[in-house]
Design a protein around this ligand. Structure first.
Ligand code: AMP
Ligand code: MG
Length: 417
């Protein structure tokens, strides 16, 4: 990477979102260090090695119903069938014996199938009278209401691949095969700070010309992730030396450095310049809205993103570029963003030229159809448009506006974790 290798000149053409994301994904490394964690500490972490099942799940043939374990061959005579109940099999307390011809065993859901029995008759289909049952149901075949050993998972199967981020279901799956510890990628260290002389911390009173530093808090929110350890370096004033010091401090502690503000080509914008001096830098003018300027590069061993200062731009840029990079660095198997096509409930204004990530609200209309509405004002400073939204509406660069009823691509915020 060379200083200002692309698009620094405002007259140069903009870089497309897809091309920018590709360059970023090609450039970022994957963390190789791992740690061993108990399952309880592992939700949200990324598996570093595949997990192979040491046992079958279920470990034994068992009943899917409360009822009676029977021999199907005894059951399908015309008229009423009578069987003698010779015992019971409870979950955790199997029947100690075998089912012979003309016999059955009371059985509960999850209890071991007794030897000799091959089907379970639901209790709702049976009349019980003392130690006998009678029923007229026919069509009882071997395997009915039986869950076979290994039906869910076979011993030796890979249950989860390396690169899987552990969801609650993944954790449950690992527990179901009795695995208590997993090897995961170590946590990613992320240092971040805001730049700008106008910024005041929350809780303080605003002096004239000052605004609250919202980006650092939004970043903190977006970085609240079990796979990340984050270091908040505060607000750095628009001074060359202060920005330089913050860069050095961040590079000492982090694998990934994020800043907001100071990447435009304004007079007090030192982020891009400083990165060019101390590290390797790309400065791109992205063909997107919001969020045109983006600095990306390296500072010592750390990956660096200089996000734009406008609060919505900073968030959109984070979600579209930084988050996929974080996933890759943490060892997660890459995937495309989850996009769904829905109809737009109203007109959307857009000029051709840049790709837009408008903020939308996915909801079900009165006809029961899922549609998307706009959050209203779409300015890059309007945080309301982010906080009310539950999705991004992806409008391609060439799109010249959307009429109500047209289909659009929507990325639910549930995809952004
Ligand atoms: P900049 O990218 O530094 O030129 O900033 C662009 C706009 O975003 C300006 O209106 C800044 O005041 C605003 N801005 C920059 N940083 C922050 C921040 N941390 N929180 C809220 N607004 C910010
Ligand atoms: Mg600034």
């Amino acid at each position: 990477m060379t200083a200002h290798d692309c698009c620094a000149d405002p007259k140069q053409k903009l870089l497309s979102v897809a091309a920018g994301r590709q360059r970023i994904m090609d450039a970022v490394p994957v963390l190789t260090a791992t740690e061993q964690l108990h399952l309880k500490s592992a939700p949200g972490r990324v598996l570093a090695t595949p997990v192979v099942a040491p046992v079958d799940v279920p470990p034994f043939d068992n009943s899917a119903m409360d009822g009676y374990a029977v021999r199907s061959a005894d059951c399908n005579a015309p008229g009423t069938t009578q069987l003698a109940v010779t015992g019971a099999s409870f979950a955790g307390a199997p029947f100690d014996g075998a089912v012979a011809e003309g016999q059955c065993v009371r059985i509960m859901t999850g209890a071991v199938m007794p030897d000799g029995a091959d089907a379970v008759l639901m209790q709702e289909h049976v009349e019980r009278d003392g130690d006998n049952i009678s029923f007229s149901k026919t069509g009882i075949s071997a395997g009915m209401n039986v869950r076979y050993a290994g039906e869910d998972t076979r011993r030796g199967d890979t249950v989860l691949d390396a690169g899987t981020r552990l969801s609650a279901a993944g954790i449950g799956l690992l527990a179901s095969v009795g695995v208590s510890e997993v090897s995961v990628t170590r946590r990613l260290r992320v240092a971040f700070f805001s730049t700008g002389d106008e910024l005041t911390g929350v809780g303080a009173t605003l002096a004239p010309g000052q605004i609250y530093d919202s980006n650092r808090y939004a970043l903190h929110g977006m970085l609240s992730n079990p796979a990340i350890e984050c270091y908040d370096l505060g607000v750095i004033p628009d001074q060359r030396e202060a920005v330089r010091d913050a860069f050095r401090q961040a590079a000492d502690m982090a694998d990934l450095i994020l800043t907001s503000g100071g990447v435009s080509v304004g007079e007090a914008d030192y982020v891009t310049e400083t990165l060019g001096e101390l590290g390797e830098i790309n400065f791109w003018r992205m063909a997107m809205k919001p969020g045109k300027p983006l600095a990306f590069g390296k500072l010592d061993k750390a990956v660096f993103f200089g996000l734009p200062g406008n609060p919505v731009s900073a968030m959109v840029t984070f979600y579209q570029f930084v988050l996929p990079a974080i996933r890759k660095i943490c060892g997660e198997t890459p995937r495309e963003p989850l996009l769904i096509q829905v109809r737009c409930a109203e007109d959307l204004k857009k000029a051709p030229g840049r790709m837009e990530f408008q903020r939308g609200i996915l909801h079900t209309n009165s006809e029961g159809e899922m549609v998307v509405s706009t959050t209203g004002l779409q300015g890059s400073h309007v945080m309301h448009s982010m906080s009310r939204a539950n999705c991004f509406i992806h409008l391609p660069a060439e799109c010249a506006g959307v009429a109500a009823g047209e289909q659009v691509d929507v990325q639910p915020f549930q995809d952004l974790y």
